[in-house]
Design a protein around this ligand. Structure first.
Ligand code: SF4
Ligand code: SF4
Length: 99
């Protein structure tokens, strides 16, 4: 990653769908690092406000950060700037697709 990570001025994938930040391969130790208040009622993923993950801080397309970055779910780690999921999310917010 460069020192100018495009994600810090984006956050689109974190607000694309409440079904996005779901848990998958995390073990119990990893899930225990996520504050309970940020986990949804079913325990299946991150709590969302509408489609926006409750752990996302900032304004989409301007300046954003993940407040649990070190403990974020696996799906959040695998989405990379410029990949298909990134493009889909950025389009939702009328942000230019990264190449
Ligand atoms: S949509 Fe792409 S650029 Fe935006 S935060 Fe997600 S991975 Fe980063
Ligand atoms: S946990 Fe962090 S990286 Fe994952 S969707 Fe929420 S704000 Fe984004």
């Amino acid at each position: 990653m460069t020192d100018k990570n495009p994600c810090q001025a984006c956050g689109a994938c974190c607000a694309y769908s409440q079904n996005w930040p779901r848990f998958s391969t995390e073990d119990d130790a990893a899930l225990d690092l996520i504050p309970a208040a940020l986990v949804n009622d079913r325990g299946s993923g991150m709590r969302c406000d509408g489609d926006r993950c409750a752990a996302l801080a900032g304004n989409i397309g301007q300046a954003t950060s993940c407040t649990i970055y070190a403990a974020r779910p696996e799906v959040c780690r695998t989405c990379m700037p410029g990949d298909a999921e990134c493009a889909m999310a950025r389009r939702k917010f009328a942000l230019a697709v990264l190449i």
